[in-house]
Design a protein around this ligand. Sequence first.
Ligand code: ATP
Length: 582
Amino acid sequence: MIESTKIMGIILSFVKPYRLMATICILGAFFGTGVDIVQANLLKEVVDHAIGGDKQGFIAAVTAIILVIAASCLIRYGIKYYSGHLGIQILRDVRSRLAGRLGRLPAACLENRHSGDIITRMNNDVGSISGFVDRHITNMIYLPLVITGVAVYLLYFNWKLLIVSIILLPVSMLASHKLGRAVGKYATELQESFARYSAAVQDTTGGIALLKSYNMEPVMFGKFKRITEDILAIKLKTDWRCMYIAPISMVVGVVPQMSCILYGGYLTVHGVLTPGELLTFIYLLGFLIGPLSGIPGLIIDFKVTIASARRVIELLEEPEERQDGSVFAPPENGDTLVEFRNVSFSYGEGEPALRGLNLTMRRNRITALAGPSGSGKSTVAKLLCGQYDGYDGDIYIYGSELHQWSLSEARARISIVSQDTYLFPCSIYENIAYGRRDASREEVMQAASLAGADEFIRDLPQGYETAVGERGAALSGGQRQRIAIARAILKDAPIVILDEPTSALDGQSEALVQEALERIVVNRTVLIIAHRLSTIRDADEIVVMNNGQLVEQGGHEELIGTDSLYRQLYNNQYAYCTEGGE
Ligand SMILES: Nc1ncnc2c1ncn2[C@@H]1O[C@H](COP(=O)(O)OP(=O)(O)OP(=O)(O)O)[C@@H](O)[C@H]1O
């Protein structure tokens, strides 16, 4: 777990770029404290001149006090103005650092977290820090200075009266600290429950059709109920502790005033203090007690914020994807563009997904990967795209090992069209244009045309400006795939990975998408991940994988003519199709 001091250090590192603003706030707080003390002393003058019947002295003291109050207002306004700005700038920086970091996290890191958790961290947790900064950034600078300044002055003024006045403070502070610790723990649990809640909302909205078809609504409702019950229980535990804040604040606020009046009155009667001095003392004690009585609440708020900041910082501290590396040109001689040499890889503690895999992709040829489910086909594509780093062996692109490549440059040379196409919730035009940011409108339309998508797009009421909805929900599966193919055509990368984009489509859509795919593979080096073997009969080379290893290799006719795993898989699928599977 990240230490609270480290968290504070990180929060302060966000303040560093705004040193000037922070210095103005601190200086303002410093002068503000001085002005408050001067004001209290003038009050003493006013009272003592009034009691002594010194009219001129009285008027001078009142005039001075009005000027000092004006100066105090001005200083407070300045502190609030600059600290408010400081808070907003810090928030903006935390948010943009998080957003930037999200884009640079390895896919593996995001795959292992529910998106609901990330959304909660970016919304609720950043919001919680923002609330704290809004409410307390001025106080964090101003209050410690006021408390110290006034306490030192009162000690000098009459140390006995000060000690009698604040004798109970340490007890209530200790109680607040203990309460704050418990509340901080519950704050983490609460944010985690909110993350589970967001995840459940996402699962429900994303999988609503599936939930309905399996009559799973009651199960989902039960899950929501459990999470909301958890939230309620944690809230109750937190509130139960927060209830003690009011009496503690009262002890901190009222008892010192009473003690001061009683003991101060005694000292005044015995001539140790003048009435003006007692009034000044009581007035200044207010500056000490006011902030102190807010401290129990501040401690609780601080603990809650630290819990949120810890979750935000956890995300900020996730190791980024590497940004180094070079770009390499395709080899002039030889026709091997991609090569896996003795590559082994495990996702985690479990069994390896690849075991010493050797694979060669030749220039402008189609290589197909076949094999039983779970044999490691998609893992090959993920490693080639640099989604995972910790593999053994070597992956060469254009003759240079992937670790030497700049990841973004390597990815720029690879287009991928997969079964579960992701479309962004924007227009069709924008979705295709993601393929190449500098593409002209004509190029976007030409890509759509080559992908066999232009016709259906023009038939839509808003044509290319049609919004596709979340994950392309407003389009059919075949339409989504053709937009994804248009995007890949526009990217015009020399290496193309097709993670069998037709496997989830019906016959008619499949024919249209297949036609589009035939255009994308021309003059490109292609890797097809085959789930249905009928689609790879024409591949130049078929690599059969089993249990993460290459077990067979050759053309379709060659493999089908021997007693191979390929023939077994092919026959199984063929039997399934002819016996009524399709
Ligand atoms: N993100 C992941 N985390 C942990 N294990 C994974 C992950 N992705 C895949 N695996 C495991 O790695 C192995 C290979 O999976 P992979 O997806 O590469 O197989 P595949 O041949 O493409 O399967 P299919 O044909 O069913 O898509 C499987 O045992 C799978 O459970």
